[in-house]
Design a protein around this ligand. Structure first.
Ligand SMILES: Nc1ncnc2c1ncn2[C@@H]1O[C@H](COP(=O)(O)OP(=O)(O)OP(=O)(O)O)[C@@H](O)[C@H]1O
Ligand SMILES: [Mg+2]
Length: 250
């Protein structure tokens, strides 16, 4: 089970002076939970995500996934950044199956899954395109299809839609909600967009300015499946206002 457990986690980047990026973080995320990390620029959101991905070590504290302390990045934790880091010389299909191939799997072991993810992400007609022939939103879809094909049960998403225009961003949010409804991965979604956090997540962790701490945890309680109409409801706007007030206090 991919239960993420973080307790008394501190992260300081060495240097003169050292940067205290995270302080006393405590976080427990159940399998299949969809959580958002919300906070101002520089508060340590990416640092926290990168420690869970094992791209960064921790200074002290506990960080376990499924009860095991994690030492290195692995296919169990798929990472999606603001810009999908695709191989520009490989087609959509080749990018998607690159990971399982590199792991030494046989085509029979990953082909069906890759086909399914290609379909779910609406990329079936673009399998032979190169990344440069795709829009930004489509490139992000390839990035998501790639980690899902790897079989990652945990998606670590660092402002994945931050570089997209408003309309594309909305359709990507809807797509991610439908992916979650079908596959129920655990998602940790970093954003500084309050609407995005409320629309997507079940739980919102609000971080303080540096050194990053978790100030508040909010449950959104909105039913799924969710549709855009949710963002126009009174309950949505009340929650948004209370988050704005919380952030202003810190
Ligand atoms: N590799 C690094 N070495 C030294 N300091 C770093 C490193 N990475 C991040 N920092 C510092 O740690 C702090 C937290 O950075 P981080 O990137 O985690 O913030 P963030 O919340 O993701 O910000 P943003 O919303 O702008 O992406 C910042 O002060 C940053 O300068
Ligand atoms: Mg960041």
């Amino acid at each position: 089970m991919s239960h993420i457990h973080i307790d008394k986690l501190f992260k300081t980047y060495p240097g003169t002076p050292p940067v205290r990026a995270l302080e006393n973080i405590q976080l427990d995320i159940a399998p299949g939970e969809f959580v958002a990390l919300l906070g101002p620029s520089g508060c340590g959101k990416s640092t926290l995500l990168n420690t869970i991905a094992s791209f960064e070590g921790i200074t002290s504290g506990t960080l376990t996934v499924g009860g095991q302390s994690i030492k290195a990045p692995g296919p169990d934790r798929g990472v999606v950044f603001q810009e999908a880091a695709l191989f520009p010389w490989l087609t959509v299909w080749e990018n998607i199956v690159f990971g399982p191939k590199a792991q030494g799997l046989k085509p029979a072991d990953y082909q069906d899954r890759a086909e399914e993810m290609l379909r779910i992400m609406g990329l079936a007609d673009f399998r032979n395109h190169l990344p440069i022939q795709l829009s930004g939103g489509m490139r992000q879809r390839v990035g998501i299809a790639r980690v899902l094909t790897l079989g990652s049960k945990i998606l670590l998403m660092d402002e994945p839609f931050g570089a997209l225009d408003a309309q594309t961003r909305l359709s990507m949010q809807e797509l991610l909600l439908s992916v979650w409804d079908r596959l129920k991965p655990t998602i940790i979604f970093v954003t500084h967009d309050i609407d995005e956090a409320i629309f997507l997540a079940d739980k919102i962790y609000i971080m303080s300015a540096r050194p990053g701490r978790i100030e508040t945890v909010l449950d959104t309680h909105f039913a799924r499946p969710r549709a855009i109409e949710l963002t126009a409801t009174q309950a949505f706007n009340e929650l948004k206002l209370s988050i704005l007030k919380t952030i202003r206090q810190h």
